[in-house]
Design a protein around this ligand. Structure first.
Ligand code: SF4
Length: 487
């Protein structure tokens, strides 16, 4: 198996990124402070609850004590108020569009030994593999055939996957053209880099660079990430997205693996991280992810901190209220029915038709091969099934990449706060990207439902000039080979 991608110049000795921290290289996770809030706040006071909900509905990020109050509120009728508020805020800030993407696992060599991951170095059952250049393009081509326009490329931590390599594989993926289709936005989930490395990857045209802390609890972090491994360095990882911002990356994504430690503490950690980035760089995270521990081959995934479905809904709704402007990603780790339900609590992005085995989009037809994947998937629906289900529940499937391509990223993205941004940009762009999907990739059933939704949505657009323009563009997509219209 050829697992090298030919880099333009003779490969230099590969090295791991330097351990230099950012200008703000401090451990800002003070557990006494986070636990202090969780201990002091009792929750369950309807008056205070409604004050906090009002603040969040005005799209103002919540403080740690307000977040702790929501986390401690467990009276069912008050939790229902939190759910209702999260639904409303999601509608107000994100409208009914749900952005779709696909994960593309590039290589699972890894020098770390994370207890919960089947790619861990001590897992003898893991099938180690790195896509060759041709195999990578083949995967991208298969994803384009499905109708995808947005990818997240995933790598283990290894000298083979240094910044040059990640940048080159991103460029390779962007070069793939299939008929009228090409990938329009590539996000990355990979190991922390130094500033030089983040700059290289940024210059390759990435969207968001995601790095999950997995757990913000120091003791648990050291337990699941052996200290003699690179990932065992808590501060270096916590500081990573500071370095990304200082290196010029526009969008960053944070996340925690729920089930490793107490879910309330992890929500506090995520909110603290978002507030820290906002304070130091004027821009909070672009996205937050909240994967739950899932079975994984050769890994330890049983935990006393496992999060049940009801508490999982609570943490999604509370994150929605705490960080109004941060996109929320719900992955196919979760079963389809639960995903359909949780979307309404604040989720703005989901993956669909996902294959997480290396080479999975051309080699894995049905059942998952656990030795080749990082964890067990919960949702095995195809992209077209997910699009169909979203249409059925009244959401607008979107493949939009406009903000990223017109430079509405990072701080500029904050203009998102401008009233009417959804109506002016998000919904129209969602309808245009959906029209493309329907005409180029959807099954007849999905096409029929999608066309009905688009017709209805176009009628509701008050701005006559905008409506005329959209009707014209939709018509041109339907009747010609013109593509890629966006605002
Ligand atoms: S979680 Fe990431 S760093 Fe840890 S073993 Fe798995 S692939 Fe490697």
């Amino acid at each position: 198996m050829n697992d090298t991608i030919t880099l333009p110049t003779a490969p230099k000795t590969k090295r791991m990124p330097s351990k230099t921290l950012s200008e703000n290289g401090v451990d800002f996770i003070d557990e006494d402070v986070l636990n202090g809030h969780l201990n002091v706040e009792l929750g369950n006071d309807p008056v205070r609850l409604r004050e906090i909900i009002d603040k969040s509905q005005s799209k103002t990020p919540l403080s740690l004590s307000e977040t702790a109050f929501l986390l401690k509120t467990d009276r069912p009728e008050l939790v229902e108020e939190i759910f209702t508020a999260a639904r409303q805020l999601k509608r107000d800030v994100y409208g009914r569009r749900i952005v779709l993407f696909a994960p593309l696992y590039v290589g699972n060599r890894c020098i770390n030994d994370c207890s919960y991951c089947s790619f861990r170095r001590s897992n003898p059952d893991a099938t180690r593999r790195t896509l060759s250049e041709q195999e990578l393009k083949h995967q991208v081509s298969s994803l384009l055939d499905e109708g995808h326009k947005r990818l997240i490329m995933v790598y283990g931590e290894h000298t083979n996957y240094d910044a040059d390599y990640i940048a080159e594989t991103v460029r390779q993926a962007y070069t793939v053209q299939k008929g009228l289709d090409s990938i329009r936005r590539i996000n990355i989930n990979a190991a922390p880099l130094d500033k030089e490395g983040f700059k290289k990857v940024h210059d390759a045209g990435i969207g968001t660079y995601q790095i999950f802390m997995e757990t913000y609890h120091h003791e648990t972090y050291n337990k699941v990430h052996p200290t003699n491994t690179r990932k065992g360095d808590y501060l270096y990882r916590l500081d990573a997205l500071n370095r990304a911002y200082e290196a010029g990356c526009d969008d960053v994504g944070i996340g925690a693996l729920f089930g490793l430690y107490d879910w309330r503490f992890e929500v506090m950690g995520l909110v603290k991280h978002a507030l820290f980035l906002q304070e130091k760089y004027g821009c909070g995270p672009h996205t937050i992810s909240f994967p739950r521990l899932r079975p994984a081959s050769g890994a330890e995934t049983e935990s006393e901190y496992a999060v049940n479905d009801y508490d999982f809904k609570r943490l999604v709704a509370i994150l929605r209220l705490a960080v109004p402007y941060t996109g929320m990603i719900l992955t196919a780790r979760e079963p389809a029915e639960l995903r359909k339900e949780i979307l309404e609590f604040g989720v703005s992005q989901i993956d669909a038709g996902s294959k997480i085995e290396i080479g999975g989009y051309t080699e894995i037809s049905s059942a998952q091969t656990m030795e080749r994947g990082q964890f067990e998937l919960g949702d095995h629906r195809s992209l077209d099934m997910v699009v169909g289900d979203l249409l059925e529940q009244g959401d607008i499937p979107s493949f939009c990449t406009a903000c990223y391509r017109v430079g509405r990223t990072g701080e500029q993205f904050m203009e998102f706060a401008i009233p009417g941004f959804i109506e002016k940009f998000c919904t129209p762009n969602a309808l245009l990207s959906l029209t493309e999907y329907l005409h180029d990739h959807a099954c007849p059933e999905t096409l029929k439902h999608g066309q009905k939704l688009i017709e209805k949505e176009l009628e509701t657009i008050e701005n006559k000039v905008l409506r005329r323009k959209l009707i014209d563009w939709v018509d041109r997509i339907e009747t010609s080979k013109e593509r890629d219209f966006y605002l």
